[in-house]
Write a protein of this length. Structure first.
Lengths: 251, 185
């Protein structure tokens, strides 16, 4: 899948297999990748293609922030699950801290090229994904172009969340994670694996390459019920493309 | 005849060290470089964001199977009306000379003008590594703070991080030496 989709950066959440084994497997199939340090953040592993320059920044249990080529901030997250225990308060604190950390690095580097990707464990429509206090992920780019808004005297910066385009049943798959909870609120399909970007990156974001992967040339990632095959992973991966900055291309 | 007031034996006159927690921790972190051949350092910085919620998870027997946590609702009335109360918040992290910008945040701490009690909000994995059932820990004096910091810095999680940083430092130095040898040839 990584080779087939010409992936430059792989972000894995809760990867339990041997990461060196994966790197070797990729090498044998013509993919030169190396592990990007995520020291301390045991929930996340990152691989980058050979030649890609990534500088590790702040790390916590649930997030790894890297800077790519000195001009793009990549924040990889694996937030607390809401399925097995209600960690809403804690997850909201985690999100607030992640946003504060991102803002600090954006200010330091004087850039707004930020990508947040990973297992959010919340849907795009969950309050902590939309609320200005948390991710402030706006589904409509034209609205997110404002970049921020002021509420009670404080400025809240926006992200654009393209994952809203996967909601509903007009297209398959219907999400990245299937869970029949039996609760009063149960949508069965969830889009827990998300990517959100600062509006500044919208022009470089390639819409048609944002996909939820259900198969490779050799393997289906779905079971007979068209749910994620738990023997491979209980989540379906997402891929997306952001074109390199023109400055980086010339370099 | 006036009766004798004999309450001195009922009072505790032992001196308790109430040095500001930030200073206590900085003094302990200052020992890291000498314990790691200069590779690892620690820092305490002011933090302006939120560190805890108003619902504090309280561990219970059921929490051992990670399905139920009993929660204590913090009574905000306890804090209202206390005008002029100062709350200092800090983050504490490790860093290394090998990666200029890398930091691993170990915990947050906050305390008021009296310095104690000081509340620590630990990274979840650190709390598990030091076998604490809650990631929120309170210390009432210098001794307790020092004991907690020692537990944190010597736990399996933190030693693992420090070891990885040392290995990377060694690998980076080795690569630089190889590169400079190749250049001189």
């Amino acid at each position: 899948m990584i080779i087939e989709n010409c992936i430059s950066v792989v972000v894995l959440a809760e990867y339990t297999a041997d990461i060196n084994g994966l790197i070797e497997m990729l090498y044998n199939r013509g993919g030169l990748m190396h592990q990007i340090p995520t020291i301390g953040c045991d929930h996340i592993h990152i691989l980058g293609k050979h030649g890609l320059h990534m500088d590790p920044q702040l790390h916590t249990d649930r997030s790894s922030i890297q800077v790519i080529n000195n001009n793009t901030i990549l924040c990889c997250v694996h937030l607390s699950s809401q399925i097995y225990s209600d960690n809403t308060d804690r997850r909201e604190i985690e999100i607030e801290q992640i946003i504060d950390d991102i803002l600090a690095i954006e200010e330091e580097l004087n850039v707004k090229n930020t990508i947040v990707v990973g297992d959010f464990n919340i849907n795009p429509y969950d309050s902590s994904c939309i609320s200005a206090r948390y991710f402030h992920g706006i589904p409509i780019y034209e609205e997110s172009k404002r970049q921020s808004r002021i509420i009670t005297g404080k400025e809240f910066h926006m992200f654009y969340n393209p994952m809203w385009n996967f909601l509903g049943d007009f297209n398959e798959p219907f999400g990245t994670y299937y869970h029949n909870s039996g609760d009063t609120i149960n949508t069965y399909w969830n889009i827990y694996d998300q990517v959100i970007i600062r509006p500044a990156l919208r022009k470089r974001f390639v819409d048609k390459n944002l996909r939820i992967i259900t198969e490779t040339t050799t393997t289906s990632l779905l079971n007979k019920r068209k749910h994620p095959n738990g023997k491979i992973s209980d989540h379906l991966p997402i891929v997306f493309e952001i074109k390199e900055d023109e400055h980086d291309q010339k370099a | 005849m006036t009766k004798k007031l004999n309450i001195s034996s009922m009072l505790d006159f032992s001196k308790i060290d109430l040095t500001e927690p930030k200073i206590v921790i900085e003094e302990m972190l200052a020992q890291l470089p000498s314990n790691s051949q200069g590779i690892i350092q620690g820092c305490v910085d002011e933090y302006k964001g939120k560190v805890t919620s108003y619902t504090i998870p309280k561990p219970s027997i059921a929490s051992a199977i990670e399905s139920i946590t009993a929660e204590e609702r913090v009574d905000i009335q306890k804090n209202l009306g206390k005008q002029g109360e100062v709350c200092k918040k800090f983050e504490c992290y490790l860093f290394t000379s090998s990666y200029k910008k890398y930091r691993y945040r170990m915990f947050f701490m906050q305390y008021g003008i009296a310095n104690y009690p000081v509340q620590f909000t630990l990274e979840e994995s650190i709390a598990k590594s030091i076998k604490y059932t809650s990631y929120i820990v309170e210390c009432n004096n210098r001794e307790e703070v020092e004991a907690l910091i020692i537990q944190i810095l010597t736990c399996k999680k933190m030693l693992g991080i420090m070891q990885e940083l040392i290995r990377i430092h060694q690998a980076t130095r080795s690569a630089k030496l190889t590169s400079s040898n190749a250049d001189s040839e």
